[in-house]
Write a protein of this length. Structure first.
Lengths: 340, 474
């Protein structure tokens, strides 16, 4: 155990997992709000939804750049195998992020209702496709990637299976849930009541997807099954679903209680954290299942040390001013104000 | 491996990288300069309380927000381009360049993104002092970002400080040598200065446009034109000097790139001519119809009439870069550089004569030169990137050995998708920017004029009692 904590490869795996997790929850609610757009057809509501994330969206997406850059730096082999293996979904995700990212600015510059609706559509489809592709990427990673030598050796459509479609829809649903919880926190009045109702339904749907993915995952490969259903690794794994169930109950209660509007969002984050932990327990110590471990893919010691200095100093500062930026825009959004 | 539209996978991957990175770089080359300009405007507003500076800040910050958003989304694409299309390169060079790019994200991207929201929307929420700080942090962030990524690029041009591992990876041995590799200081100075100059020309072009439309009584128009012309007058000559120094550094470390820039197929042991124009013919290894000045190239590059210069014949044919592209892109960059200096000097003359705001031919030239910075920047990058071929890590790793194991059809399809999406979306963005530029900065700039949507600086109304602007949020 002590060896593990002093092993830089393990530290980097944990740090990278942490940044991916931060990305998932931050851009999760951000993309989720885009996914909710068709449910709020009025311009006034859409203005409000977009303004809820306008000051923070590019900070949120920076974690994705850290994920990409960090993976290349800390586990170059994993980066070099994963991206060709997932070429179509990654390219689609990147283009989708372009569509939704520009909408944040262009929507306010549109000169006619038609072009504004076009940017609304760009925001929605971009958000939805990006979420789906991220979920598919997760599924494709879980089901394993074929590697020969130091390169991807599978086919061009390996990433598209019923399982990856399931994870794709599950992630999109989970993001939409995060979006409603964030809006519930940031918005008041009529529209808050509506997002609360939505959150209940999306909560049930997300739990159903979590159960479905959890049931399907152990049967993808022998390793996962052993990890979740044999002694003693069960001892580590079992608390995860139990805790998740308890938090889901608390989440449901918080949505029906009045006040403490931040609580559903916080509990939704906790649910995401536990799912993330469960996924981590499944694939550990692989970075690319089934054959590349974190040690196979790790950068040399000098790269790890050099970066650890940067991450050690910069990450706390980044978390500090990111928190400050959220603090500046704290409280309920004033529908009369609008940042744009 | 099969072809796609007659092109193989490596060529398509090169086109894709060239296309996505060129398109991307247009945005940061503008935002690096514009962020600093905004910080200066805001500081001048705080210092002088002259409303003109605040008006200009509000005018340009709207444009900045659009350009920045396009830079962010096209930049996310870049951080994955290495892996999707150049996986062998990523695997091998990842241990060296990966950490530098991680530092870029950690020290620059988060800084920009973290403070951008406050810069755009937060003046009334955090107060003038913190807002100024946030604006400065965004400007500093853009420059730090450029520093890291230019270090990466320079290492690929002039690699040092590494060993090669058993698995073929480049292993870092000395980080100081890697970061401060020989071409880095020159490339950094040249690229940063280019960004400031590019921004000055855009601002000057917009100012000149409004002057030509008879808006010389608008102090915002006058101030932006005057500031931009000072910048052009000072920075353009400086940039020509820095470019010359950068060229001498390239001659030392990548002589074949300089030979391609100069069109020197043959070596000249006793003084090389300066070829002004001509048609390089790589198959025949000669430049046709050339107009040349004897010995001048040697004088510029070696500071001696009879200085020896190697030509492309010093290396085998398959190690020569594509000469025509490099030859022409270099001339475009240099030609525009001298024109920029011309604009700057002319503005000094007009200023001295007291006709800066009335010199219509100067204004016309400034409008035409408005986008010239972007052209020069892209031409410069084409010169240096095509000029280092066939190497991706100069002298060590060939471009042809670096690409992903992808079918040409996959790379070709994604290339078409990028081209279509970029032209569609970024074309719209450019149209919106031009529309904003076509209006002069108004005395009550924070208020919305065209009903297209509320401004970024909405909160400012409270400070100046212009609460009516909030009504436009609907």
């Amino acid at each position: 155990m002590i060896d593990m904590l002093t092993d830089l490869t393990v530290i980097w795996a944990l740090l990278l997992a942490l940044s991916v997790f931060i990305y998932v929850v931050l851009d999760g609610f951000d993309l989720g709000i885009g996914i909710l757009y068709p449910l709020f057809p009025k311009k006034k509501d859409r203005d409000l939804l977009m303004n809820a994330v306008a000051p923070v969206w590019d900070g949120n997406e920076t974690w994705l750049v850290l994920g990409g850059g960090g993976l290349m730096a800390a586990f170059p082999l994993a980066y070099a195998v994963l991206l060709p293996a997932l070429y179509p979904p990654i390219i689609i995700m990147l283009l989708a992020l372009v569509f939704r990212g520009v909408a944040f600015e262009f929507r306010w510059r549109a000169s006619s209702a038609f072009t504004r609706r076009a940017w609304d559509a760009s925001f929605f489809w971009g958000s939805l496709l990006a979420a789906l592709m991220q979920g598919i990427t997760l599924g494709a990673l879980l089901q394993g990637i074929r590697v020969e030598g130091r390169a991807y050796a599978g086919g061009w459509w390996d990433w598209l299976t019923p399982f990856t479609l399931l994870t794709g829809v599950a992630v999109a649903c989970g993001y939409a849930l995060l979006g409603t919880c964030y809006l519930n926190w940031k918005i008041e009045g009529d529209i808050q009541t509506r997002v609360r109702h939505l959150a209940r339904r999306l909560g049930v749907a997300t739990m159903a997807f979590i159960v479905a993915v959890s049931l399907a995952t152990p049967f993808l490969a022998g390793e996962y099954y052993l990890r979740w259903f044999t002694w003693p690794s069960m001892l580590v794994a079992a608390p995860v679903p139990i805790l998740l169930g308890l938090i889901a109950l608390g989440f449901a209660r918080s949505l029906f209680a009045q006040g403490r509007d931040w609580l559903p969002f916080l509990l939704a984050l906790a649910m995401f954290a536990l799912c993330f932990l469960g996924l981590g327990l499944s694939i550990w110590p692989n970075v690319i299942p089934p054959s590349i471990t974190i040690w196979d893919a790790a950068s040399p010691h000098s790269s790890q040390v050099f970066m650890l200095w940067g991450a050690g100093i910069m990450l706390p500062i980044i978390l500090g001013y990111t928190a400050y930026a959220y603090y500046v825009f704290r409280g309920k959004l004033d529908p009369e104000e609008g940042y744009h | 491996m099969q072809d796609f539209l007659g092109l193989d996978a490596v060529t398509l991957a090169r086109i894709q990288f060239g296309f996505t990175v060129s398109f991307h770089f247009i945005f940061p080359s503008f935002t690096i300069g514009l962020a600093s300009y905004l910080a200066v405007l805001n500081a001048l507003w705080l210092k002088t309380r002259d409303e003109t500076y605040l008006r200009l800040f509000r005018y340009w910050v709207k444009i900045f927000a659009i350009v920045f958003a396009m830079g962010v989304v096209s930049g996310i694409v870049m951080s994955y381009q290495f892996g999707t299309n150049w996986s062998v390169f990523s695997d091998k060079a990842g241990p060296v360049i990966g950490p530098l790019m991680a530092y870029e994200v950690l020290t620059a991207f988060f800084l920009e993104a973290g403070f951008l929201g406050i810069m755009l929307f937060g003046r009334s929420k955090v107060g003038e002092g913190l807002h100024m700080f946030a604006t400065a942090m965004v400007a500093v962030g853009t420059a730090i970002s450029a520093t890291w990524i230019l270090s990466v690029n320079s290492w690929m041009q002039t690699p040092q400080g590494f060993t090669i591992g058993e698995n073929g990876q480049y292993l870092p041995a000395d980080w100081m040598q890697i970061i401060f590799n020989p071409s880095f200081p020159y490339r950094l100075a040249h690229a940063l200065t280019a960004s400031y100059l590019t921004t000055a020309l855009v601002v000057g072009g917009v100012g000149a446009w409004h002057l030509l439309r008879g808006r010389s009584r608008n102090t915002g128009v006058r101030v932006m034109f005057s500031m931009a012309m000072w910048m052009a007058a000072v920075v353009a000559p400086l940039q020509i000097f820095i470019g010359d120094q950068h060229g001498l550094n390239t001659l030392e470390h990548q002589p074949m790139k300089v030979a391609a820039m100069e069109g020197h197929f043959e070596s000249h042991p006793d003084g090389a001519p300066l070829i002004l124009f001509g048609l390089p013919d790589q198959d025949a290894q000669t430049v046709r119809y050339k107009i040349e000045v004897p010995k001048l190239s040697s004088l510029i590059l070696t500071h001696s009439w009879d200085g020896a210069l190697s030509g492309l014949d010093a290396v085998p044919r398959d190690q020569q870069p594509p000469v025509a592209i490099v030859f022409w892109s270099f001339r475009i960059m240099v030609g525009l550089g001298f024109l920029m200096m011309g604009v700057g000097l002319w503005s000094l003359w007009a200023r001295w004569r007291g006709t800066l705001y009335d010199a219509r031919w100067l204004h016309r030239l400034a409008v035409v030169m408005g986008p010239s910075g972007f052209v020069a920047v892209i031409a410069g990058w084409i010169t240096t990137e095509v000029g280092r071929q066939p190497w991706v890590i100069y002298g060590h790793l060939a471009t042809a050995d670096s690409h992903s194991p992808l079918d040409a059809a996959a790379v070709g399809t994604s290339l078409i998708a990028f081209v279509v999406v970029y032209f569609l979306l970024f074309g719209s963005g450019v149209a919106y920017i031009l529309r904003l530029m076509s209006k002069p900065p108004e005395p009550r700039e924070a208020r919305l004029k065209d009903g297209a949507g509320p401004m970024h600086a909405a909160g400012l109304g409270a400070v100046h009692g212009e609460s009516s602007e909030r009504g436009t949020a609907q």
